[in-house]
Design a protein around this ligand. Sequence first.
Ligand code: ATP
Ligand code: MG
Length: 371
Amino acid sequence: MQLKNLKLLNFRNYDNLYLEFNPNINLFIGKNGQGKTNIVESVYMMSFSKSFRTNKDKELIKFDKENMYVGGNFTNSHSEGLIEIFLVKNKKGIKLNKLSIHKVQDLLGNLNIVIFSPEDLKLVKDSPRERRSFIDKEISQIMPVYYSYLVNYNKILYQRNKLLKNSNIDTSLLDVYDESLANCGSYICLIRKNFIKKIYCICNKIHKNLTGDSENLEIFYKTQIEIVDEDTRETIYQKLLDKLSSSRQNDIKFKMTRYGIHKDDIAIYINNIDAKMYGSQGQQRMVSISLKLSEIEIIKSESGEYPILILDDVFSELDENRQRLLINNLKDVQMFITTAENSHKDIFNKNNTTIFNIENGKVIKVENNTS
Ligand code: ATP
Ligand code: MG
């Protein structure tokens, strides 16, 4: 999977930019605030049609402009084409090969992207929301239908919570919401259960590799209903429905849906010890790296090809040994790497790396003199 080029018009601090990419490593070097993350943000948009750092599309438009455009040609094992995303007079448009796409799900899967930024190193330490979002993004890429379950679930959850805030509650409407939530939630729960099992196996292997066999990593699905291996979509539906019904009086009291898959989390153990509570900072970071690397392997095993990897500013957070490990482990992956440190270029091989210098929204391709 590969992004061949990129065209930006009025995107963030870029007026009009066209870049051609290396099929292997693209290294963006520049001082703080020059536009490195802006570039990889636009690359990321080719996959999800939205930014990884804002939900407000308007922020992507260059100050004082009204419209913006991001477009790029991609290739993957089954197709090649052009993805375009634009905002015109506050209206967002997505096109695949010049044809409009109305649902994000129809874009997903053309260009899979895994992004790794310094915040990801806190994945283990962070709140359940971040870990849920990590799981959700991963699954959505390999199973676009999962994304529609999530969107539906969140819509129903929003409506149920709104209803719970009323002084007079229509319980028959609450019944309808409960059934829809349990229904949608049961699909999400089952997919998460299977996915976490898979990531546990892959991640454990990667982590053993990275820690020289000294750490046994375990990952478990944490959900508010009791799930067993034998559970099916139907039994999960019943369990979720029972939970909603038994907590209804409390939900009414607290004006909030307090149980459901929107509270799910993953539990992470290193050598039988809870990594979130007792792991050292270094151990937690290492687990986060293993999780990210397993994301790449899972996408490869599901789709048959490696996703694109974006490393935004993570290099300075890793020691040289880990930097090399990361790069050398991923030889067949197209990468977009940003760094503020010029010396980082020394660990790359000129045969497979293109270096871009970035200064105040201007990008210059430079000769790579490293060997
Ligand atoms: P760092 O090394 O600190 O991460 P960076 O090179 O990654 O820096 P970016 O986040 O890519 O920096 O770019 C930040 C610059 O982009 C800032 O100077 C900011 O003012 C500018 N910028 C952000 N959004 C817009 C916008 N909508 N229009 C114009 N400029 C913008
Ligand atoms: Mg940045």
